[in-house]
Design a protein around this ligand. Structure first.
Ligand code: NAP
Ligand code: GCO
Length: 266
């Protein structure tokens, strides 16, 4: 058996949501390098133009779609357009997500709902739109981008942790309900990754010192560094490929060891 061939995505169609930049962009780049045709979405014209240029610079002919993943009508249309232009979606990565860092007693119900809408309801909406095609085709891969907060809480991220905890269980439920159709659904759980989403936690302080949270995470991570989106490329390809056809309902944490470690003694 040519084991390396089992990691190939040749001839597959992959949709990575929110992949104009950040983690989604890195995962889409990895999938293109592994042979997949790439579809991605974002909401803004400026982000779309920059993303298409960035993909082209890497020699990737990615197809971009304007779509707010919380809007079921837009999602259904996007999936239909992708299926017409590229073919049935073989791989879905529910990556689009936001975070709001607000103490829970100060967070409005609308702010809580907005985070859950994007981080949990949208993966349901997009997966529901994509699964019928996968069922017809007789195979599929759904990868949900979970988080440390699928397992742990911390101050100010109640909505995000609730959503990502729910996303872990949605992952296990899709795995349970659709395993018999040869659809595998797994999660990828990045640790603390240097992207625009975590930029506020890494800002250099006015006195030139590192952000306290930055130092905190370094002490909590055995790898003693923040992750890069590139650290997720290999694990994401594994979960999208035939190499993981008997892996189902698993959350693969790519966190430098945070979840295994009590943290460095101050
Ligand atoms: P990011 O840099 O903020 O990118 C988020 C992406 O999601 C952007 O492309 C954004 O596109 C898109 N998006 C947000 N809301 C959307 C919506 N309603 N419809 C369509 N697209 C939407 O975040 P990131 O750090 O790359 O994180 C990506 C995923 O990884 C998220 O689910 C996040 O929770 C998760 N994660 C991140 C980390 C980390 O440390 N960075 C760790 C664990 C998990 P727009 O330009 O349209 O806003
Ligand atoms: C935070 C961070 C984290 C990361 C990630 C960790 O404020 O704690 O944003 O939530 O984004 O989810 O896995």
């Amino acid at each position: 058996m040519d084991i390396m061939k089992s990691f190939s995505l040749e001839g597959k169609v992959a949709l990575v949501t929110g992949a104009a930049y950040g983690i989604g962009f890195a995962i889409a780049e990895a999938y293109a390098n592994a042979g997949a045709k790439i579809a991605f979405n974002c909401r803004g014209k400026e982000h779309m133009e920059k993303a298409l240029a960035a993909y082209a610079e890497k020699g990737i002919d990615a197809k971009g779609y304007f779509c707010d993943v919380t809007d079921e009508e837009q999602v259904v249309k996007m999936v239909a357009d992708i299926e017409n232009e590229l073919g049935t979606i073989d791989i879905l990565v529910n990556n689009a997500g936001i975070i709001k860092r607000i103490p829970m007693h100060e967070m409005s119900a609308d702010e809580f709902r907005q985070v859950v809408d994007i981080d949990l309801n949208a993966p349901f909406i997009v997966s529901k739109a994509v699964i019928p095609g996968m069922m017809k085709k007789g195979h599929g891969k759904i990868i949900n981008v979970c988080s440390m907060m699928s397992e742990l809480g911390r101050e100010t991220v109640s909505a995000y942790a609730a959503a990502k905890g729910g996303l872990k269980m949605l992952t296990k439920n899709i795995a349970s309900e659709y395993g018999e159709y040869n659809i595998q659904c797994n999660g990828i759980g990045p640790g603390y990754i240097a992207t625009p989403q975590t930029a506020p936690l890494r800002e250099t302080q006015p006195d030139g010192s590192r952000h306290p949270f930055d130092k905190f995470i370094i002490g909590k991570t055995p790898a003693a560094r923040w992750g890069d989106p590139e650290d997720l490329m290999g694990p994401a390809v594994f979960l999208a490929s035939d190499a993981s056809n008997f892996v189902n309902g698993h959350i693969l944490y790519v966190d430098g060891g945070i979840l295994a470690y009590i943290g460095k003694q101050p």
